[in-house]
Design a protein around this ligand. Structure first.
Ligand SMILES: Cc1ncc(COP(=O)(O)O)c(C=O)c1O
Length: 436
């Protein structure tokens, strides 16, 4: 019996499914237990090494155990501790760093996770506008707050039915009422967008979206559609919330918004801002953020671990590296190199394929042209992609075996062995095809 199986067997007695959170359970034979991580590599408890393109769902932008960041965090802990429940100078310093990278930010508040940052942004939008309704985009993911845990049931949708997929909760325990104030529209669907703003005329506090959907294989909003959304929000006093939890400080120094040149009223950040240390933030227009405060009628925001110095010192160092070195160019180059390798492998194997999104957050879809909507994704050959991924994992390439999760790159990928990758990808696609 492998050490991994032993550990899972024991863990099952102590945690539901034997894991600390749902998404880590990959079944009785495939659930991964990691012993250590360094650079772009993981080593599991049985001593197997993987080159990792999952990177903890995206936060690792420099590499695991980056010594620059770790040293900064250790120095902070030793000199000033981790948490006092009081303000520090570092709070302002980190916001100043973010403002220098992201021009749409005037004021910010911190959080500990993407979920918390999104909840803070939505509450702020409601407090500012005095409205309650919000809208999101099909295929997006904004964390585990009940109101945002609704999705189009694409798995059981008949793509040829001519009907829309059913909207369902992520799972049990989510009250039906949590969906009462939320509309979901399709990405790049102009008619749905116009209709939304007619139906909910001046009722929407905010629209929340990832313009490059880091949770739907980096399918992206078109420039025109995002601009129309921006214009409609402005016209109706609806706040545009761009969720850059995955894309922020990854796809570009200024995030997805800088690639479009279209800016939100409020933005959420997390993942890459701390290279894997838990830290998040939300912020934007000063007039909007100024509704947050302690006065009667103000929006409440807080939390024991908010702006804890472990997260903030990691953010301080990570953002400094991202702003002042060519780290993101290196990350993008690694993504481009892997895109080239995989493109060759798929072409040689005769597989229709397309890549979506920026190279640092690379969507791979087995279909002829880049999906424009989440429903288009359903028409891709995701079963073959999944079989390919399991073969890769077998051969020491770690990734999420679901094409809705992009491949993530970090600075440490600059040292990967591309010839080896091409070889294992060729073997993996061959095996996946022959098993069909
Ligand atoms: C776009 C987006 N928003 C919010 C979240 C939630 O972040 P967290 O898991 O840190 O709560 C995620 C997580 O993957 C995300 O991708």
């Amino acid at each position: 019996m492998s050490r991994q199986s032993e550990l899972l067997h024991e863990a099952m007695r102590h945690m539901p499914q034997g894991v600390a959170e749902n998404y880590r359970y990959w079944g009785p034979d495939r659930t991964v237990f990691i012993q250590r991580a360094k650079g772009c590599e993981l080593v599991d408890v049985d001593g197997k090494t993987y080159v990792d393109f999952r990177l903890g769902y995206g936060p690792v932008i420099l590499g695991y155990g980056d010594e620059r960041v770790d040293r900064a965090v250790i120095a902070q802990i030793q000199s000033g501790g981790t948490l006092t429940g009081f303000a520090t100078e570092l709070d302002t310093t980190v916001v100043q760093q973010i403002k220098a990278m992201c021009p749409q930010i005037d004021k910010m508040r911190f959080a500990n996770s993407g979920t918390e940052a999104v909840m803070g942004a939505v509450r702020t939008a409601r407090g500012f506008t005095g409205r309650q309704r919000m809208a999101t985009v099909e295929g997006g993911f904004h964390g585990l707050a009940d109101e945002l845990m609704w999705k189009s049931d694409i798995e059981s949708w008949d793509a040829h039915s001519g009907l829309a997929p059913k909207v369902i909760p992520f799972g049990a325990g989510i009250p039906a009422q949590a969906h009462d104030l939320v509309d979901i529209i399709g990405l790049n669907d102009f008619a749905a967008l116009e209709d939304l703003f007619v139906r909910r005329d001046h009722q929407l506090a905010c629209v929340v979206l990832e313009p490059i959907i880091g949770n739907a294989g980096s399918i992206a909003a078109s420039q025109e559609w995002l601009q129309r959304l921006r214009d409609l929000c402005t016209a109706q006093g609806t706040l545009l919330i761009i969720d850059e939890v995955k894309s922020g400080f990854r796809v570009a120094v200024g995030g997805a918004q800088s690639l479009y040149g279209i800016y939100a009223d409020l933005t959420t950040y997390a993942k890459a801002m701390g290279n894997g240390y838990p830290v998040a933030a939300f912020g934007g227009r000063a007039d909007v953020m100024d509704v947050v405060g302690a006065n009667a009628g103000a929006v409440v925001h807080g939390g024991t671990y908010t702006a804890n110095l472990v997260g903030l010192s990691a953010a301080h160092c990570t953002l400094d590296i991202l702003a002042n070195t060519d780290a993101l160019q290196t990350v993008n180059r690694a993504g481009e190199q892997v895109r080239d390798v995989l493109g060759r492998v798929f072409t040689q194997a005769g597989i229709e394929h397309t890549f979506a999104g920026p190279p640092s957050m690379l969507g791979i879809h087995f279909t002829a042209s880049v999906p424009q909507t989440y429903r288009d994704w359903r028409k891709t050959n995701s079963a073959l992609y999944q079989a390919f991924c399991w073969q890769l994992i077998e051969r020491g390439v770690m990734l999420e075996p679901d094409s809705r999760e992009p491949w993530f790159f970090c600075e440490a990928h600059q040292h990967m062995d591309l010839a080896w990758l091409e070889d294992v990808a060729t073997q993996s696609i061959g095996q996946a095809l022959s098993a069909q």
